[in-house]
Write a protein that binds this ligand. Structure first.
Ligand SMILES: C[C@@](CO)(OP(=O)(O)O)[C@H](O)COP(=O)(O)OP(=O)(O)OC[C@H]1O[C@@H](n2ccc(N)nc2=O)[C@H](O)[C@@H]1O
Ligand SMILES: Nc1ncnc2c1ncn2[C@@H]1O[C@H](COP(=O)(O)OP(=O)(O)O)[C@@H](O)[C@H]1O
Length: 290
């Protein structure tokens, strides 16, 4: 078959890389290597980046991306993921990869990790390298703490650095997500002396039923007035919190129309979108369609 690197000629549907929300996030300690121990609840939302893959016989891995101005190819988690899988499997071919970046970067929505997970899952299927999901998650963990949950594809209660996962089914609510105009560095937040690091570890059953909160929220809202303003506006409409280390905040609604009504009132200087919680990720659903 003649190979092509033209995206226009592709017929198969794109591969989604969904965002996640941390419905709660507790920092329960710090390990000797500096990484923090977390207890967190991940849920996916139906707001995604999209990737397309074209398999080649030559060994090149080439990324066509809308973010190459801000993220160098050598730093892009998509190419890092593809290289890791190629190295692990010693697969001889390659791929052209197209990224349609729709998720905000540095927003606590996990877009970079999700892109990496989708790359590992999709190339493993398209290259027919048959690496089991548990090994893919191990390869992914070296790229980012959030990669395993995206590979697993099920909403999960997580411990460790976010890699010890138990599948759970929180209510699939509608969310109004506000994207403050600021990039929050995960590393900076975890290195900050004012981050609370000693929230007591609790049983999953207790955590799932108590009121949910995010241990990074106070520090991030103090450092970034844009995040504080977004939250002050959103809490007038719904119970609201920050996801991950920010900057995005989300309000919870039972019905889509309630979330859309609030979105319609969003001040002109704020940006946001409405999304649905999904306990099975769009990536897992796409994989089932193969
Ligand atoms: C906090 C969380 C919660 O879901 O979300 P984000 O806000 O980044 O999306 C994640 O665990 C983030 O995962 P991820 O974004 O993959 O982080 P990494 O690239 O692995 O780590 C970036 C840096 O943050 C610090 N870090 C990260 C995770 C962790 N549990 N403890 C840490 O101390 C480390 O200094 C690390 O060098
Ligand atoms: N494919 C990618 N998409 C987004 N960010 C990426 C990607 N590859 C590498 N990065 C780097 O990862 C950083 C964190 O990105 P992202 O995952 O969107 O944020 P967060 O961890 O806050 O959810 C970005 O600022 C960027 O430098």
């Amino acid at each position: 078959m003649k190979s092509t690197n033209s995206r226009k000629l592709m017929t198969s549907p794109s591969w989604p890389a969904p965002a996640k929300l941390n419905l709660f996030l507790h920092v329960t300690g710090q390990r000797d290597d500096g990484y923090h121990e977390l207890q967190t609840l991940f849920q996916f939302i139906d707001h995604c980046d999209y990737l397309d893959f074209h398999i080649t016989n030559t060994s090149d891995l080439i990324l066509h991306s809308t973010i190459s101005d801000s993220v160098a190819d050598s730093d892009n988690l998509i190419l890092k993921a593809a290289k890791s899988l190629k190295r692990y499997t010693q697969y001889e071919g390659g791929a052209h990869i197209w990224l349609d970046k729709l998720l905000p970067m540095g927003g606590g929505l996990g877009g970079g990790s999700s892109d990496a997970a989708t790359t590992l899952v999709a190339l493993n299927a398209l290259w027919k390298t048959n690496v089991p999901p548990s090994k893919l998650a191990e390869i992914g963990l070296a790229l980012g703490a959030d990669v395993p949950v995206f590979i697993n594809g099920l909403s999960a209660f997580a411990e460790g650095v976010g890699d010890k996962l138990i599948a759970v089914q929180p209510t699939e609510l509608w969310y109004l997500v506000i994207v403050p105009d600021v990039h929050v560095s995960t590393k900076d937040i975890f290195q900050h002396p004012d981050l609370p690091r000693n929230t007591p570890k609790l049983d999953m059953s207790r955590l799932m039923t108590q009121q949910w909160s995010n241990d990074c929220q106070k520090l991030v809202t103090t450092k970034h007035p844009q995040v504080a303003n977004a939250l002050s506006w959103l809490v007038e409409y719904a119970p609201s919190r920050m996801t991950g280390t920010g900057a995005c905040v989300f309000g919870e609604f039972t019905h889509s129309q309630q979330a859309l009504d609030a979105l319609a009132k969003l001040p002109a200087d704020m940006r946001g979108f409405v999304a649905k919680g999904m306990n099975k990720s769009p990536l897992a659903i796409r994989l089932e369609q193969l």
